[in-house]
Design a protein around this ligand. Structure first.
Ligand SMILES: NC(=O)c1ccc[n+]([C@@H]2O[C@H](COP(=O)([O-])OP(=O)(O)OC[C@H]3O[C@@H](n4cnc5c(N)ncnc54)[C@H](O)[C@@H]3O)[C@@H](O)[C@H]2O)c1
Length: 390
């Protein structure tokens, strides 16, 4: 079993999630496809980097991410920074011959995503974009049911991602509210996860018609340089402009004839991580809610009339990824497990010399869908989704 040295760039929320996954992946999936070695972590300053190394178990730290790219001992570059740095880091990593896992959205725009895809497409590097929610075992089970024909031909998809952490007008002007850093708001931050699930479960988008709104146009500037998320009050100090969407609603036509809708907002009081889908097929329906992520609700047209209705299937050893996770159904899948499974599939692809989905092609295609959603919200018209030239 080979050791693969990881250079992780960004020690915030996702730095924590990815570090946990590298430590835990071999504990869950054994024999592991390869052993992730937490070699170097980069942060914005030496102090932050040193602290992140101690906390997340990395051997070394740096405030210069380029030193990770230049280090011949690093096999894997993990990009967990805000979105504006993804393209520059990924392209440098590809040129240096490193395998890359990059947080979502792949980049701020379709154009930036194309440059990233172009940098990897004619190489044998493994590249992955971290849409981890498709690796929730219940979502992978929905995929299995659809592929097996259990609900027949898919005719519709209703997806939501609703949170409430930005509903407070006094929550600070995080990078997530700044177009120059984030690219877009609720769309790129959380809507893209639903778009990824829709592509995974239903298929390619052909056109979209969308509405986008910004509910809170100004937020308190942050002091102290640290970015704060969620239930933190920015107080009465100076405010800066929010130039991204708070909410997006889009209707979707899929290339296979199915239709659907996608909604995303971070301003929905009472919703926490309400990432859901309801899929209707000619022979049944499937419902998923991440807030009850051990469960899949299924209803089949073939059930006897006096037994028709939704039933609950709990994921466990008999469902996807069950061989590595917990030995009893409903014991509890968490956010960490989705990242552990993601790390497992990524390292497996490297060890076996294969590829993994979603990769930079998927990230680029999703970015083109985001671009079409923004265009259609601006024009009020249906907009065809451009197809990547693969
Ligand atoms: N897959 C998911 O479920 C999920 C969830 C949250 C965030 N994300 C994505 O992960 C990425 C990071 O988001 P986050 O929530 O961890 O943000 P965050 O703000 O918590 O962390 C980002 C970190 O990057 C560091 N950083 C900034 N500039 C740097 C530089 N030049 N060199 C090294 N480090 C630098 C910051 O100091 C910060 O600690 C984003 O692309 C975001 O969209 C994905």
């Amino acid at each position: 079993m080979q050791n693969l040295n990881v250079g992780l760039i960004g020690g915030g929320f996702m730095g924590k999630a990815h570090s946990l996954a590298y430590a835990a992946m071999p504990m869950f999936f054994w024999p592991a496809p390869a052993m992730p070695v937490r070699k170097v972590i980069a942060e914005a300053t030496d102090e932050l980097a040193g602290e992140a190394a101690r906390r997340f178990g990395f051997e070394n730290s740096t405030s210069d991410w380029r030193s990770i790219i230049d280090d011949p001992d690093i096999h894997v570059v993990d990009i967990a920074t805000p979105n504006h740095l993804h393209a520059e880091i990924a392209i440098a990593a590809a040129e240096a011959g490193k395998h890359i896992i990059c947080e979502k959205p792949l980049a701020r725009t379709g154009e930036e995503s194309k440059a990233m895809y172009d940098a990897v497409k004619n190489t044998d590097l493994v590249h992955m974009v971290a849409f981890n929610y498709r690796r929730t075992p219940a979502v992978a089970l929905a995929k299995k049911y659809i592929e097996e024909g259990a609900i027949g031909r898919v005719i519709s998809f209703r997806g939501t991602y609703l949170q409430d952490w930005s509903a407070d007008p006094n929550s600070p002007l995080s990078w997530r509210f700044q177009k120059s850093i984030a690219g877009s708001g609720a769309l790129g931050d959380i809507g893209t996860h639903v778009i990824d699930m829709a592509r995974y479960l239903v298929g390619e988008f052909s056109s979209v018609n969308s509405i986008m709104s910004t509910w809170i146009p100004e937020r308190p500037l942050q002091s102290g340089g640290a970015d704060k998320l969620g239930n933190v009050s920015g107080g009465d100090g100076p405010r800066g402009a929010v130039d991204v969407d708070d909410e997006v609603l889009t209707m979707v036509k899929f290339a296979n004839g199915a239709i659907g809708s996608i909604e995303a907002t971070r301003n929905a009081h009472g919703r926490n991580n309400f990432l859901t889908f309801e899929i209707h097929g000619s022979e049944g329906s499937i419902v998923f809610n991440y807030e009850r992520r051990d469960e899949l609700q299924v209803a089949f047209a073939s059930d006897p009339a006096d037994r028709k209705g939704f039933r609950t299937v709990y994921t466990g050893p008999a469902t996807p990824y069950g061989e590595g996770l917990w030995p009893i159904p409903a014991l509890g899948i968490g956010y960490g497990e989705t990242k552990i499974i993601e790390a497992y599939d990524f390292f497996k692809a490297i060890a076996e010399g294969g590829s993994v989905s979603p990769n930079f092609a998927d990230g680029y295609q999703t970015a083109l869908i985001d671009d079409a959603i923004i265009d259609s919200a601006e024009t009020g018209a249906w907009v065809d989704v451009a197809k990547i030239d693969s």
